[in-house]
Design a protein around this ligand. Sequence first.
Ligand SMILES: *Cc1c(COP(=O)(O)O)cnc(C)c1O
Length: 427
Amino acid sequence: MEWRWEEQFAEELDNKDILNIFRSQFYFPQHNGKNVLYFTGNSLGLQPKQAKEAIEQELEDWRKWGVEGHFKAKNPWYSYHEIFKEGLAYLTGSKPLEVTAMGTLTANLHFLLCSFYRPKGKRTKILYEHKAFPSDIYALQSQIKFHGLDPKQHLIAVMPDQNEIISTEQWLQNIENHKNELALVLPGGVNYYSGQRFEMDKIAAAAKKAGAIIGLDLAHAIGNVELQLHDWEIDFAVWCSYKYLNSGPGSVAGIFVHEKYAKDQELPRLAGWWGYPAKDRFKMESDFIPAEGADGWMLSNAPVFSMAAHKVSLDMFMEATTTKLFTKRDRLTGYLEFVIKMMASKYPKQLPLKIITPEDPSHRGSQLSINAGEKGRELYEYLTGNGVIADRREPDVIRMAPVPMYNSFKDIYEFGKILKNYAESKK
Ligand SMILES: *Cc1c(COP(=O)(O)O)cnc(C)c1O
């Protein structure tokens, strides 16, 4: 693609974009009476306009039915989680049996670690990525301690090169080096800091060959990159729904457990009544039997208000299709990359910007992480003051994710104008 930083060029791309109908289905925060340039869909996706109506439906059914809404609501609450199986299976490359919507991300990670991190004999160690999201590190450390072990000895980080990137070779080498001691390998699908997408299939294959369990945190991957969890033979995975999935702050999260465990009643787990087979749940038996598949890890009844928004969002993903979304993703992110590099070469002193996210689209998703050196804070504040919503991570990285569901090429053109104004003002 021959990119050009011109208003008309960006507008033409938007006119030809088959997904541009979705933009008008979201609310954008306002800055001086105009839509902000919103580049933080990787942190909190925007609100779909239909979310309100969907949540009001549940309020109405609650008002109208009280407890009977469990069976008489338009979307009966008793089986509410079942409506997500199709969409979640679609987005994760799984079978419906393998996925369910439940709980919250870090809590779900703990639940699945209880089943899948079972240190035994020499196999006690967990391999994860350096600069994993802090909540994941805390979860892993505390799980190791929970088993009476010392995280300093049992938690091993795969280290990046000096550009924050962790090569697949690094992963494979670490797996090889520790192959007899690994209980679990747990990469994020896409690293939240660098925006790097790991080669999950290759890491999974190596982990399995070494005899370790492979788990994934897909917080930055679901709705953002291609996933084939079933075929990659991932043992378990977790994600949240408020980032790329636009389901609202703290909204219901989700889990994947591979089909091969679907009927395994021996696997230890932390159980709750919603994990009991639905047809017999209200017999209120005192001995727990897990439901088949991922549902056997559910604990509590469905948080229907957040699920209502989640449903709206998953329907939009199925309508838009991942094929179209991911094609547009690479173009949008490619255009942003072009604009940043062009401005950085035009104004090297004012804009000493260096993109740390890999250039190869198959090694990233929507996000670009930009090292802005010592200018980071100043530039970030200028952007914020001029209606650009990006985010800054210590010490000096600005993260931006143009997302294909609602960002436009014009957004990126406009962002270029703001970068240019900043640079000119510092001359
Ligand atoms: C966003 C994110 C979290 C946040 O966890 P919550 O339990 O939803 O607050 C955890 N891990 C990763 C990798 C994330 O990107």
